[in-house]
Design a protein around this ligand. Structure first.
Ligand code: ATP
Length: 258
């Protein structure tokens, strides 16, 4: 893989997206037919860090990310960026203001080429085709897909589909990117590659990363801080070394892969 290009997110071209902007939720609750998928959770992340979000299946991780990207309206509480209440925004507004995400299921356009998949994101966000293509090529090169630009997304290996999902999310240099289980189904060496990519993002793009991941080697290896959810509630938030020693966290994960 090539070294990441020295690119920087233009800091003030989006409302609230200054270098020290924070993204977070305050007293967030999401109920589905009475069940609290998220129960009074508060957290805050910054643009220079990799922030892990972990918890057993059904803990509420995806629901929280859906709230942080406009895909889910909270029942109570607020979503905040740089001190601004952005709770009611639609997903496209979140994306236009520099909050991007990947999806567990990929959501690629299978018949379109790798390059077109990234390019179409830029065009959808208002770039000219030429600008979008140039940025897409640069990003795809960086992420290790530079030799597969013309390959249809459907023909990509699973891990390459994940890379393409990340490249698409990085179009227009977001201020924050939320990665939903990027290492799922990857081998150890593929995980190493992925960790290198994710680790480069905060410095190369001045972009905070929120990482949902079940692979504890990945989470403990690259996160600056980790927030643990269990049954929709915050169980702990701390640096990886402390989370690994946290008794309630260990109990919640008992029997799970460590
Ligand atoms: N649209 C929905 N309607 C009803 N219940 C939902 C909906 N989305 C999520 N839930 C429920 O909310 C809870 C939290 O789900 P969520 O997918 O956020 O957890 P998760 O931590 O991401 O789990 P996993 O690790 O398995 O992806 C679960 O009990 C789930 O069944």
């Amino acid at each position: 893989m090539q070294a990441p290009p020295a690119r920087h997110a233009p800091p003030l071209d989006r409302p609230g997206a200054s270098d020290d902007a924070e993204l977070g939720v305050e007293n967030l609750t999401v109920r589905f037919q009475g069940l609290a998928a998220i129960d009074d959770v508060s957290l805050k992340m910054q643009r220079h860090e990799i922030f892990g979000l972990i918890g057993p299946n059904g803990a509420g991780k995806t629901t929280l990310v859906n709230c942080l990207t406009g895909f889910q309206k909270p029942t109570e509480g607020r979503v905040m960026m740089a001190g601004r209440d952005i709770t009611g925004w639609a997903p496209t507004e979140f994306r236009r203001h520099g909050i991007a995400r990947t999806f567990q299921a990929g959501r690629l356009f299978p018949e379109m080429s790798v390059l077109e998949n990234a390019e179409v994101t830029g065009v959808g966000l208002g770039q000219s085709r030429r600008t979008a293509q140039a940025e897409a090529k640069e990003l795809l090169d960086w992420i290790g897909l530079g030799d597969k630009l013309d390959v249809p997304a459907s023909a990509l290996a699973y891990t390459d589909q994940r890379r393409l999902g990340i490249a698409r999310a990085m179009m227009l240099s977001p201020a924050f990117v939320l990665l939903d289980e990027p290492a799922a189904g990857m081998s150890d060496s593929e995980c190493e590659d992925l960790m290198e990519i994710v680790q480069a993002i905060p410095k190369a793009f001045i972009c905070g990363v929120l990482l949902i991941e079940h692979n504890m080697r990945v989470v403990m290896g690259i996160c600056d801080r980790i927030h643990v959810l269990d049954g929709g509630k915050t169980l702990a938030e701390d640096v990886p070394e402390a989370i690994q020693r946290h008794e309630a966290v260990m109990a919640a994960y008992l029997g799970m892969e460590a």
